[in-house]
Design a protein around this ligand. Structure first.
Ligand code: PGA
Length: 240
């Protein structure tokens, strides 16, 4: 894994934006795997700025997001779909037909089969953005006894529910989500993992220096041939 430690979240956002823009220029109909959460926001801000400056177009880009809450309407203010609309899609020239999302209200097995087939039909994910949870999760793959493969419905752990509960002021925080599995995520040609802040330092150490174990789902990245990891000094602070 190629690990880069940059000064700030903004510097990481610019660097990752640069890599995504390069990918789009090289392959205008590239397939991006996208992540939600606070971590990628500086990247999405930089991409919106690049689009506003006319240096990149998303017209032919296709996207697939990692995960979505279950039992929450797609258009609820806290859905990941709404998050992506606000943070990126509405700020650039994305074609709505090119936006791929897991449906948290569909039958999970059928939805998983549909999503895997849609990704394959698009030619596979060229570049997948990832964040990491404090417990080492990627997407909503929580620590488990085995690495997941395709998409599946998952019960959120207490730690994840606490980390996200603050966003839910009108309805209770959902207890389940549907997420791409680790095996499906690892099929992307290139992975870009971003981790910022001290709260991620232990998970980052386990991801990079610990054993490959489903107890730290992010450790599976050690088995992928093309991973770029961007850290700020706080997230890197426990690395040896
Ligand atoms: P965060 O979430 O970016 O909001 O910290 C990352 C994650 O849990 O994957």
């Amino acid at each position: 894994m190629n690990v880069q430690i940059l000064d700030s979240k903004t510097a990481i956002g610019s660097a990752v934006c640069g890599l995504i823009c390069d990918k789009i220029r090289e392959k205008p109909d590239c397939v991006l795997g996208l992540a939600t959460g606070a971590t990628p926001v500086p990247t999405y801000d930089a991409l919106a700025a690049a689009y506003a400056q006319g240096t990149v177009s998303f017209r032919n880009v296709r996207t697939f997001n990692l995960d979505e809450y279950c039992d929450l309407p797609k258009t609820h203010k806290n859905s990941f779909y709404t998050f992506m609309q606000a943070q990126l899609f509405s700020r650039v020239d994305m074609n709505p037909a090119n936006i791929g999302f897991l449906d948290g209200n569909a039958d999970p097995a059928a939805e998983s089969a549909r999503y895997t087939a849609a990704i394959e039909e698009a030619g596979g994910i060229d570049l997948q953005l990832l964040g990491i949870g404090r417990n080492g999760h990627i997407a909503f793959n929580e620590p488990a006894d085995a690495f997941s493969q395709e998409s599946f419905r998952v019960a959120l752990t207490e730690s994840t529910r606490i980390a996200n509960a603050g966003y839910f002021d009108d309805v209770p925080m959902p207890r389940y989500a549907i997420t791409m599995g680790v095996g499906l995520i690892l099929r992307a040609r290139q992975l870009i993992m971003i981790a910022t802040g001290e709260s991620k330092a232990a998970a980052v150490k386990a991801m990079l220096e610990g054993p490959v174990t489903p107890q730290c789902p992010a450790s599976a990245l050690q088995t992928h041939p093309d991973v770029l990891v961007f850290l700020d000094p706080a997230a890197a602070s426990l690395l040896s």
